[in-house]
Design a protein around this ligand. Structure first.
Ligand SMILES: Nc1nc2c(ncn2[C@@H]2O[C@H](COP(=O)(O)OP(=O)(O)O)[C@@H](O)[C@H]2O)c(=O)[nH]1
Ligand SMILES: [Mg+2]
Length: 270
């Protein structure tokens, strides 16, 4: 196993977790192994979202090659958990991944190459022509996702897949956007991206290899109405003001602060 790079984390990854005792151990193992092999110091922050299973205990007892911190977020919802996690980060580069690590983590190298080249927001997209998507849930969910993304494209710099749980940012930008975030549920990604765009940041989507993992916590029946309601709120709230096409202000937080990253190759298209 690769020896991790010591020192304060240059990259911190938030993992929102609600009753993930089943899926988290395998996901966390994969994430830690991938991070340990990177040429920079990295850390993980698992946000336990009021789980009633052993999620928190698993994280507390975790012993891996990179530091894994636990944060408790009593307010339920993936958006609330990611917001709490982002606000607790300190690194110059931050991001979040779902507990099931459905997106293959080999994409992290490309993410880092782009962030270190000054791209403020880098997101995985299952709709990217070079992506390999192994199952995308039921047809109803696929249709819902396509429709939802059509409705929000203008808010998120034209990104075709706003819902992939694999997003990375310049740290100061992520913390500022998270502080403004009000959506607590699954539509939070749209608001978070819109807050970045509002600050003048462009969004770079990258191809991913994505596997549909069993045990999804998203339910089309339970969460669709909530997503549409939240979308209405986002549209009428501050995140929707000053979008592309309107004036884009140069905002200094769009660039990462702190030590420059070691060179990470493999950026390719971006
Ligand atoms: N449903 C749900 N998921 C949450 C909550 N808080 C955090 N999460 C996490 O959000 C992520 C959602 O990923 P997943 O369940 O695989 O959904 P999918 O990949 O979109 O189908 C997981 O890491 C969940 O544990 C919450 O309150 N509800
Ligand atoms: Mg999933």
């Amino acid at each position: 196993m690769a020896a991790p790079t010591p020192g304060p984390a240059v990259l911190e990854i938030v993992v929102p977790a609600y009753n993930e005792a089943e899926r988290l151990p395998a996901g966390l193992s994969r994430l830690c192994a991938e991070l340990a092999a990177l040429p920079l110091a990295a850390g993980v922050l698992v946000v336990d979202n009021a789980s009633t299973d052993a999620t928190a205990a698993i994280v507390r007892g975790w012993d891996g090659p990179v530091p894994v911190r636990l944060l408790s977020c009593e307010r339920r919802g993936k958006g609330a958990a990611v917001r709490a996690g982002m606000l607790a980060t300190r690194a110059p580069y931050v991001g979040f991944c779902d507990a099931d690590m459905a997106t293959e983590l080999s994409a992290l190298r490309r993410v880092l190459a782009l962030l270190s080249a000054g791209r403020p927001v880098v997101v995985g997209s299952r709709r990217h022509p070079e992506s390999v998507v192994d199952g995308y849930g039921q047809p109803l969910r696929r249709l819902g996702a396509v429709t939802f993304n059509r409705l929000v494209r203008d808010l998120a710099d034209g990104v075709a897949d706003t819902q992939c749980g694999f997003k990375f940012f310049a740290g100061p930008l992520a913390r500022a956007a998270a502080a403004d975030l009000r959506t607590t549920g699954f539509a939070f990604d749209v608001e978070l991206l819109a807050h970045c765009v509002r600050r003048g940041a462009s969004i770079t989507d990258i191809p991913v290899v994505w596997h549909d993992r069993p045990g999804s916590t998203f339910s089309v029946r339970r969460h669709s109405v909530e997503c549409l309601r939240d979308l209405l709120r986002i549209r009428t709230g501050p995140a929707a003001r000053s979008r592309p096409g309107r004036v884009r202000l140069p905002v200094p937080v769009a660039r990462a602060e702190g030590a420059p990253l070691p060179t990470v190759s493999g950026a390719g298209r971006g």
